[in-house]
Design a protein around this ligand. Structure first.
Ligand code: ADE
Ligand code: ZN
Length: 332
């Protein structure tokens, strides 16, 4: 695997079934599954909502800062093995505060593990709390307010959860505030929802990256805009397969997106639920979509270019990609 940045990763989506059961025992939370096999058998999803129902239910096992730190550190350990050298990770604060967990437990736990990541795992990091778009705008503003008041280091604000019927336009004020506070802005759009949601994310929320965005291909003017602005799309192939955005990986639009000049990156989204981490996603693309060494190099470079990093760190990571590519090339 080439050194890469991972830019679309939900920390709560890294909870493996065995970890969920361990946390349930640690925190004496009753789950409706007897064992790992019974839980794993539920990882068949008809669509995004079916996944989200299980994803939020399993979060009941996360209670303390230690739980959040352990979850984050387990992801970083696995990500390092996948070649990740920089990670900008999502967390869903409202999914925890709405069930009585203090925001400080979430931010302290995640923050402790992320702060240690450069020395422990050789990974630079950033945290992007996400607005749950199926909750109210007032809830979203309260979350942003709490995050800002906490003083926790955050890189940006994101938008996630059930997409269809929840357009970005509802959250204009919240994202305006985030921008005024100097946060980067990203949004899930064009996963299950129409291209118009991608337009709204760009025009109304000031999104600098679009998470997923695969349905952008349905709108030629939108593609032209994304190409012209070099707006990165954080694509998650195994997620799209498991949530039935595509029927078959061989039909995934990623190669077409690259051909049309879009700045595409590959990411794992919720790897514990969708069958794999960044390296697994790349292996699947190589196996099913004709992604070869040259395309893999473009994707790795795009991930660094699309990261919210300063130029010096980008140059350092691009040089590591160069070195890995040169080292891998057969000598003659
Ligand atoms: N939250 C976690 N994973 C998500 C996804 N793929 N789409 C929207 N919200 C999410
Ligand atoms: Zn996502």
């Amino acid at each position: 695997m080439l050194p890469s940045a991972e830019l679309h990763l939900h920390l709560e989506g890294t909870l493996e079934p065995s970890t969920i059961l361990e946390l349930a025992e640690r925190n004496r939370v009753r789950l409706p599954y007897a064992d790992v096999d019974e839980l794993a058998a539920r990882y068949e999803f008809a669509d995004l909502q079916a996944f989200l129902d299980l994803y939020y239910a399993n979060m009941a096992t996360l209670r303390t800062a230690q739980d959040f730190a352990d979850m984050t550190d387990a992801y970083l350990t696995r990500a390092a093995a996948a070649g990740v050298v920089h990670a900008e990770v999502f967390v869903d604060p409202q999914a925890h505060t709405s069930r009585g967990v203090a925001l400080s437990e979430v931010l302290d736990g995640v923050g402790t593990a992320l702060a240690a990541a450069p020395s422990v795992h050789g990974i630079s990091t950033g945290l992007i709390p996400c607005v749950l778009r199926d909750h109210s705008a007032a809830d979203a503003m309260a979350m942003l307010d709490g995050v800002l008041r906490s003083g926790a280091p955050v890189l940006g604000l994101g938008l996630d959860s059930a997409e269809v019927g929840h357009p970005p336009s509802a959250f204009t004020e919240v994202f305006d505030r985030a921008g005024a506070e100097g946060l980067h802005r990203v949004a899930h759009a064009g996963e299950e929802g129409p291209p118009s949601y991608v337009w709204e994310a760009l025009d109304l929320l000031g999104a600098e990256r679009i998470d997923h965005g695969v349905r952008s291909l349905e709108d030629g003017d939108l593609v032209a805009r994304l190409v012209r602005q070099r707006t990165p799309l954080t694509v998650c192939p195994l997620s799209n397969l498991r949530l039935r955005v595509v029927d078959d990986l061989a039909e995934h639009p990623l190669p077409e997106m690259m051909r049309r000049g879009l700045v595409v990156t590959v990411n794992s989204d919720d790897p514990a639920y969708f069958g794999g981490y960044l390296d697994d996603n790349m292996a699947a693309l190589r196996g099913s979509c004709g992604i070869d060494d040259d395309a893999a190099e473009v994707l790795a470079r795009n991930s660094v270019e699309a990261a919210f990093l300063d130029d010096a760190r980008k140059r350092e990571l691009l040089a590591r990609i160069d070195a890995a590519v040169t080292g891998a090339r057969p000598r003659n």
